[in-house]
Design a protein around this ligand. Structure first.
Ligand SMILES: Cc1cc2nc3c(=O)[nH]c(=O)nc-3n(C[C@H](O)[C@H](O)[C@H](O)COP(=O)(O)OP(=O)(O)OC[C@H]3O[C@@H](n4cnc5c(N)ncnc54)[C@H](O)[C@@H]3O)c2cc1C
Length: 403
């Protein structure tokens, strides 16, 4: 019997599997995808996520994961540039990076495989949890060849993302924040002289364009939930035309000229929620499975890895004791939830504010943005905004792997 089953080899599941493996705790990781690149995955690595990753003790390997650190951040309002920030001047060496999540996950899983206590089922989909005497003690899953399997463990951890089967099987109810927007993602060739991130706002529009780890330009076009279905139906040409109308003339021309090279289109239904309780006896959820993050501020990947480090701090000492004390295990899970909720509540609340201003289609919305752009140049206001953004950049709590 494995001591722990982790469902989902996303950032949360892969990080936690590695920490357990390094500490000789038998862990089985089950991932439904054979290839990580089958889905678009978040790729903004904040200093807060970098801090969590560095706790894993594989710095040299992590440094080889494909990434790009943008130099400049430019803000445009109604096609005119109103603000430019140099990332290095503001953040110093601790930069925000665009990383290849696929590369990151492959690196983590490869590292796990060095340890004999690690077992990995790839291309295996968990279908249900096994429960006995009011306690979860295993999972039923299906290999991609069709073979059914069941395995048992002292703890089942759902790191299985926003459509978590563990959340459903454990009947964990979630409260949801109102997220007024959805996102259209796509890549296109980068203009030659493009360096960094440009944000285009005004009249209820919001478009992010940044140089990604693969030297392509990644676009994230934030649209109102009400627009989403029509855009999907209308197809690329129509929505490139719409985007082009809201950016500066040079970029507008580039968009139109490169329409046929657009790739990796993905319509993301934006959700922000958090389960009221993260566990039942024998099972718990972490990462997006516990709290699906809104895309605002590029937090999901980072928060998921921070959950993994904190979970390990509580769980490793319990699994290291023989015989395993189930009562203490269930208490530890509750402590993980309490520990993480402080950071989560604060970040999810702060994520809910910018869309209300940026997607405001009235003149008042544009006026608010213009005033903010002016105010941000004042040192006092910059300090206050910096403090708010600190949580997005560095997290609200200090994360340290202490086991
Ligand atoms: C389009 C898009 C863009 C994003 N952009 C950003 C960004 O720029 N920055 C950022 O920080 N975050 C971003 N995010 C969010 C970020 O990707 C997630 O918050 C983060 O990946 C959550 O990590 P996780 O490990 O909790 O779950 P996930 O990354 O969702 O991983 C869950 C894993 O579980 C597997 N799985 C699911 N169900 C089963 C099952 N039944 N059996 C076996 N395996 C299963 C899935 O295949 C998946 O690999 C984005 C998300 C999307 C979809």
């Amino acid at each position: 019997m494995s001591q722990v089953i982790i469902i989902g080899a996303g950032p949360a599941g892969a990080c936690l599997s590695l920490i357990f493996s390094q500490r000789d705790i038998p862990v089985t990781l089950i991932e439904r995808r054979r290839n990580f690149d089958r889905e678009f995955r978040g790729e903004i690595l904040m200093p807060s996520g970098f801090e969590a990753l560095m706790q894993l003790g594989i710095d040299k390997k992590l440094n080889k994961v494909s990434n790009h650190s943008p130099r400049q951040l430019k803000f445009y309002l109604n096609k005119k540039q109103i603000l430019e920030i140099n990332q290095k001047e503001v953040l110093g060496e601790q930069s925000i990076k665009a990383i290849s999540q696929v590369d990151l996950l492959e690196t983590l899983v490869k590292e796990c495989k060095r340890y004999p206590c690690f077992k990995f089922y790839r291309g295996a989909s968990v279908k249900s949890l096994i429960k006995e005497d009011n306690r979860v003690n295993g999972v039923n899953f299906l290999l991609d060849g069709g073979e059914k399997k069941e395995i048992y463990a002292d703890l089942v951890i759902g790191a299985d993302g926003r459509n978590s089967i563990v959340r459903k099987e454990c009947d964990l109810t979630a409260y949801e924040y109102n997220t007024p927007m959805d996102i259209v993602w796509c890549k296109l060739p980068k203009p030659q002289d493009w360096h960094g991130v440009s944000v285009y706002g005004g009249q209820g529009n919001l478009l992010f364009a940044y140089q990604s780890w693969d030297d392509q330009l990644q676009l994230a076009w934030v649209v109102l939930k009400s627009q989403f279905k029509d855009l999907r139906d209308e197809g690329i040409e129509a929505w490139v035309e719409l985007m082009s109308n809201h950016v500066d003339p040079v970029f507008s021309q580039h968009l139109r000229q490169n329409t046929s090279f657009i790739s990796n289109q993905f319509f993301l239904n934006s959700v922000s929620d958090c389960v009221e309780e993260w566990s039942i006896p024998g099972a718990m959820v972490i990462g997006d499975a516990a709290h699906t993050m809104s895309p605002v501020g590029g937090q999901g990947l980072n928060i998921a890895m921070r959950d993994a480090v904190v979970s390990a701090n509580y769980l490793v000492p319990i699994f290291k004791k023989d015989p395993l004390n189930l009562k203490k295990l269930d208490e530890a899970i509750k402590q993980i939830e309490a520990d993480r909720m402080n950071e989560l509540k604060s970040i999810q609340y702060k994520q809910s504010i910018p869309p209300k201003i940026m997607l405001n289609q009235s003149l008042l919305g544009d006026w608010a943005l213009r005033v903010m752009a002016l105010l941000v140049k004042l040192p006092f206001v910059a300090r206050v905004l910096g403090k708010i953004n600190n949580d997005f950049l560095y997290g609200k709590t200090k994360i340290e792997l202490i086991v």
